[in-house]
Each structure stands twice: as C-alpha cells, then as structure tokens.
Design a protein around this ligand. Sequence first.
Ligand SMILES: Cc1cc2nc3c(=O)[nH]c(=O)nc-3n(C[C@H](O)[C@H](O)[C@H](O)COP(=O)(O)OP(=O)(O)OC[C@H]3O[C@@H](n4cnc5c(N)ncnc54)[C@H](O)[C@@H]3O)c2cc1C
Length: 264
Amino acid sequence: MDKLKIIVCVKQVPAQTDVMMDQEKGTLIREGVLSEVNPFDMYAIEEAIRLKEKYGGEVDVISMGPPQTETALRESLAMGCDNAILLTDKKFAGADTLATAYTLASGIRKIGDYDIIMCGLKTTDGDTGQVGASLAEELDIPFIGYIRKIIDLKEKSISLERVLDDYYEIVESKLPVLITVTKEANEPRYPSFKRQKMAKDAPILSWNLEDVGGKEERYGTKGSPTEVIKIFPPPVRGEGEIIKDKPDNQAKILIEKLKEKKIL
Ligand SMILES: Cc1cc2nc3c(=O)[nH]c(=O)nc-3n(C[C@H](O)[C@H](O)[C@H](O)COP(=O)(O)OP(=O)(O)OC[C@H]3O[C@@H](n4cnc5c(N)ncnc54)[C@H](O)[C@@H]3O)c2cc1C
C-alpha cells in the first residue's frame, strides 16, 4: 500500500498510585502529581508501531493537555512513534469528552491525510471510554471498538478481530477508520536506551487554538455541556462479621441479623 499513516491519541493521566480528587470542584487534582501515559494507550501505540514495522509508513502521536503532557509524548516517541503533536491552550482547559473529541479532531484535520486512528479503550482517570467514538463521529469516519487483532490491511480496507462479551467478531472496514485497542492485542515494548535518548531531544509540535482553527465555543469549558456535580470515593465498608456457632444456628442468627437491619 501507499505510505501508511497512523495517528495514535494518547492521554497523560495521574500515575495510578497518585490519584487525588478535589471534592469541592468535582475534578481530579492534576497539579503536582506524578503522571504517566494512560496505560490503555500503550496497547494502541504498540499496535501502531507493529503495523508500521510490517507495512512501512509513519506513526504520529497526538495529545491534548497542559504543557507538561510533553513527557507522555516523549515516552510515545521513545517507543517508536515518529512525530508528536501537543494540542495545548488555556482555552482547551476544562474540556469534557465532547470538547476533547472536538479538539483532537481539529488537530487531526490539521495533520491532514491518515489511514488509521488508534485510541486506547478508556483512561484510568476519566474512564468514560467515550472519546474514541466521539472523535470518529466528529471526523465522520467509521468507529470499531475493542480490537484485539489486526488480521489484514489492504490499500483501502482493514479486517479486524474484536472482542465481544461471549465471542469474537471479525469485521472489515474501509479506510480511514478509528479503532480502540484492547489489552489482548499485544504486550507493549520497553523502549531501547537509544530511542529514549533520541526522544529526549526530539522536536514536538505545539498547536494552540489559533493554529488548529475551529469554533471557539466548541473548546474547553465553553464547549462542554456536561458538568461534574460531585465526585467522591465510595464509602469504606465496615469489617464483616463471622457468625461462630453450629451450622444449624448460623442460618437462624443470620436471618435475625438481616431482620434487625431491615434487609429481610
Ligand atoms: C462530565 C465530565 C466533566 C469533566 N470536566 C473536566 C474538567 O472540568 N477539567 C478536566 O481537567 N477534566 C474534566 N473531565 C475529564 C475530561 O473530560 C477527560 O479527561 C477527557 O474528556 C477524556 O475523557 P476520558 O478520560 O474519559 O477518556 P476516554 O474516553 O476514557 O479515553 C479513550 C481514549 O481517548 C483518547 N483520549 C482521551 N483523552 C485524550 C486527550 N486529552 N488527548 C489525547 N487522547 C485522548 C485516548 O486514546 C484514550 O485511551 C471531565 C469529564 C467528564 C466526563
């Protein structure tokens, strides 16, 4: 096929050991916490690099976030992506999933032609799994989720295996297409020392609202119809109680206790 072009969307998330919430504002605290590439996105990056290794072409990685998101893009370059684009502007801040998809779509339109867009299944912080599908809708291209295997790639089409609840499904789509990649797809590689060194100084394109264009009212808080009313950890469950008695009595005692608590 002609030069294959893949774009991988990567989000920087708080490291899983470091998630904290601002319960008053209803948002995650992102300042001053350790960050990492969203673990689910590593499978999308790996799959994109494997396709490039098989068919040639290039892989762009794109992220929307504050300037420190550059670290996540450098990690992606170290793994094997070729070009990195950071969409960053104060006007992008406070985006819900709809505004995030709009922003990514604007950046991708500026990149130009592409064959495949890959996203992670979901993120470890927002965890909605909505951005991939919304982005495909925004770009008006097919969306196929839960991919565990790319079976074949042709000039204008791709066949894929996707995971459903009780079985696998083989689907074919025309290109360009947006897919989300599952953990079953591969084992993400650890970057070589040489690539890590190269990625440290690699150029990263930084685009703001003026660069990508689009409607200002569709970005950031203005473009976000949803609002988090409250965010809170689930209540801590009390310790369980072990009923120590003869088996016959255990059931009777349990029934009494459930009645006391008006569960029965
Ligand atoms: C109702 C609501 C309100 C929110 N309000 C705020 C807020 O005020 N401030 C705030 O900071 N956050 C806010 N968020 C979080 C913010 O919307 C999410 O970080 C963002 O929309 C992505 O959603 P997600 O994490 O659920 O991604 P998912 O849909 O779970 O992600 C799926 C895939 O999409 C791609 N992707 C997702 N986000 C990005 C990105 N930024 N760049 C590149 N690729 C990406 C990745 O490949 C990822 O694996 C809000 C979220 C919701 C649901």
